[in-house]
Design a binder for this molecule. Sequence first.
Ligand code: DGT
Ligand code: CA
Ligand code: CA
Length: 573
Amino acid sequence: MTVRNAEIAEIFDHMAALLEIQGANPFRIRAYRNAARTVDDLPRSLEAMISEGEDLSKLPDIGKDLAGKIAEIVDTGRLEALEEMEKQVPAGLVDLTRLPGLGAKRVRALHDELGISGLDELRRAAKAGHIRELSGFGAKTEQRILEALSRRAQEERRFLLSDVEDIADRYVDHLKAVSGVREVVAAGSYRRRKETVGDLDILVTCKKGSPVMERFVEYDEVDTVLSQGTTRSTVVLHSGLQVDLRVVAQVSYGAALYYFTGSKAHNVAVRTIAVKKKLKINEYGVFKGKRRVAGKTEREIFRAVGLPYIEPELRENRGEIEAARKRRLPRLVSSSDIRGDLHCHTEATDGRNSLEEMASAAKALGYEYLAITDHSKRVAVTHGMDEARLRKQLEAIDRLNSRLRGLRLLKAMEVDILENGKLDLADGVLKDLDLTVCAIHIGLGIGRDKQTERIIRAMDNPHFTILAHPTGRLINQRAASDIDMERVMEAAVERGCYLELNAQPERLDLDDVHCRMAKDMGLKVAISSDAHSADGLGCLRFGVDQGRRGWLEAEDVLNARSWPKLRRLLARS
Ligand code: DGT
Ligand code: CA
Ligand code: CA
């Protein structure tokens, strides 16, 4: 075992924090702090110095005692004195000292007088108003603690776009019903349709005297009011989502919408252009000297700086400003371009609805086609199908297709890609399908080279059509599996296969960056719902949002084509 200097410094810092909470002698505390810094800044490994017999007590701020402790840590990986301290001081208290405004002294008071020994207890006490009652704390400090706690929670947690959508819709409706309110719109990363949202930014315009701020903080779902002002308030909802509200005058609506939609990086880049034109741009408008030259609408703002309108999904400062200047912005795909869905499940495996029910839901969405892609046998937990069961389903699809008007069910399957790169079902039955979506379900972590090889071997099979949820990631739950995406995409282009943008809100796999990469490589993408129920088909629109963030146009999307055209693309020569 090797102990790095940074770990030794960390132990000393921790020791100092515990001593401080205990109210120990300030000299002792400082001794550990200084020693930690010395160790951190040391150009050589302490372990090596010890093994070469150097006298550590000659180092600045390290006396005999600390030299002995360093030797103990290097020898055993532990420090007995620290373990003793940890028995005396509750572990959560050190976390508390890391909050801004809470030094060791205050943390000790919180512990001794209110029995607080962790972040949860602190939050409960602050919300109940107990902290303001302590001497030396007050209402302001209590408020600051709540804010710091909520910031911490935000940093740790981003919400799925689909979850925020439900919350945002209800909140916006609630605000729209307030008297005097004109515009209500959710801006920020939510409007840019980012796959996860840190906090929700709502913008309102209203008549003078509208009680919109009161209604905002009184809303049923509000848990904590972090701040309340006349133009700006912030709350945290029971769900944990933080929501900012800004109220602006109607003349500034476009400017504020533009500003609060972001992203920050995009705003900063556009502001640089404005400065070159001797214009000032902020949330109130675009100004030439003191005169407002734009502000009411976003289009006005763009026009004032000499740019065409840029869709919110593109505003990430990833080349959209350059493209706008050259009048080369993509015409982003939209939900109305989608002609069908190429990935869904029925009750034959792990879906909830029958073929008929899926077909009529697809028809209601105005689709021309729906590919039925139940699981293959390898994925036993889904009741995956073998060749015989698939044959039966294909017959059922034929029978149903002969009755259906205006919608065609495509014969397909979600075929598992085995560890050796083979497909889970025999070619004899795969050849009778209109398409396959092929996916890895087992062995997501076999490593970059092996995984990349495995996928490419699978693509060698002429019945491989679309690679489903290419990285296997689940947002906030499972990291993307490590693959060489560029090689996979190249291989797909060479072989005439495609990649999926799986629209399940926790997958959104491919992500925006990979969509852009596919487009740049000339690889078309299938935006698919992977629905497991008739209602589930509707989530395809989240995939469209992600595709738009990845600059995809209808041309780049497989299922933005009629069946005859799609069929030609699917056929591998
Ligand atoms: P999030 O909440 O982490 O998902 O991401 P955003 O983009 O919603 O970021 P947020 O909530 O911090 O701010 C909302 C928008 O307000 C942001 O997209 C751009 C604008 N904004 C915030 N701070 C600044 C700033 O310092 N400068 C500029 N130009 N814009 C800012
Ligand atoms: Ca935000
Ligand atoms: Ca915000």
